[in-house]
Design a protein around this ligand. Structure first.
Ligand code: SF4
Ligand code: SF4
Length: 303
């Protein structure tokens, strides 16, 4: 089994994205977030992705259907059924070739249950691998200023799962930041100022790190503009269909940066927005919510 054959098999099983990182790229991660803690003999980390259909965002973009469009096909079913199935099939395939393979979901660690270390020197279970780091290490894309993982194919529209294996596979090169132009559209689209582009943190693979805005997920948890929670996922809300991520889709598509192209533009009408009490709030001419100084922030950045 080699990398090319494995990728072909993964795509046959529904993967839209497949990348491979050597385990050496994870040495900088702390044990609580590292695949090495889960499988010390791991030699390769395989990152599998399935796209979030642009059409799965449509109901949220129009503000008329949240759950049977994105909630199922873009979030819970996509992650827990479609992507899980792809991951399981690829894992079985690797083990059929005599290599151990550990399938892992791609949930965020925030608020996930933490137990007690079972022995000295071991991190407490459950270790949850830093997914954005893994996807970047596997050469699939970059972490955008707004905290979304961006791929050249779909921008922020995908979900990932991982497989750790003791099989040595040819790795993919890490790609540099080239999609996110720090445009700030994600921050401008947030009615609550939850994306602080003035306060950045450094994230990503050493030697290829990038600046990411601080996200106040406490605010996102109450956001009625497309943020969602899912069962078993801790307390970081999913932002894939929220106003911030849809603004990013619009910006990257308009800039012609994404390989997955469409006949018609995604944004067809002025975006809607709700305040924290779920009351509609207006939008300015640029489509930014006229609330809590979003337009003022955008103006200030342009000066
Ligand atoms: S999920 Fe809502 S509150 Fe959080 S950054 Fe996006 S638009 Fe703002
Ligand atoms: S909207 Fe602009 S700044 Fe925000 S993540 Fe997307 S490309 Fe980067």
């Amino acid at each position: 089994m080699n990398a090319q054959e494995l990728k072909r098999y993964a795509r046959e099983k529904g993967a839209d994205l497949v990348g491979i990182a050597p385990i050496a790229r994870f040495e900088s991660l702390r044990p609580e977030r590292s695949p090495i803690s889960i499988f010390p003999e791991c030699r390769s980390v395989i990152v599998l992705g399935r796209r979030i259909l642009r059409g799965a965002l449509r109901g949220v973009e129009e503000g008329t259907n949240f759950n049977s469009t994105y909630g199922m096909f873009g979030f819970r079913w996509l992650e827990d059924n479609f992507l899980s199935r792809t991951t399981y099939d690829v894992t079985c395939h690797i083990e059929s070739h005599g290599f151990e393979a550990v399938p892992l979901f791609g949930y965020a660690p925030d608020g996930m249950p933490v137990g007690h270390p079972v022995a000295e020197g071991k991190p407490a279970p459950n270790v949850i691998v830093d997914l954005d780091f893994a996807a970047q290490a596997a050469g699939l894309g970059e972490i955008g200023l707004g905290g979304f993982f961006l791929t050249p194919e779909y921008g922020p529209r995908q979900r990932f799962a991982l497989i750790l294996t003791d099989c040595v596979l040819e790795p993919d090169p890490v790609i540099e930041k080239r999609l996110c132009g720090d445009c700030g559209a994600c921050a401008d689209a947030c009615p609550f100022g939850a994306i602080d582009v003035e306060k950045k943190v450094i994230a990503g693979v050493p030697g290829h790190q990038m600046e990411v805005a601080t996200i106040d997920y406490r605010v996102c948890r109450s956001c009625p503009n497309g943020a969602m929670a899912g069962p078993g996922r801790g307390d970081r809300p999913d932002r894939g269909a929220a106003a911030c991520a849809r603004a990013c889709v619009v910006r990257l598509e308009e800039a012609g940066k994404l390989a997955n192209k469409f006949e018609n533009r995604f944004r067809k009408r002025k975006p809607w927005a709700l305040d924290l009490f779920h009351r509609p709030i207006g939008a300015d001419e640029a489509g930014n919510p006229a609330y809590l100084g979003c337009a003022a922030r955008a103006d200030a950045r342009e000066k």
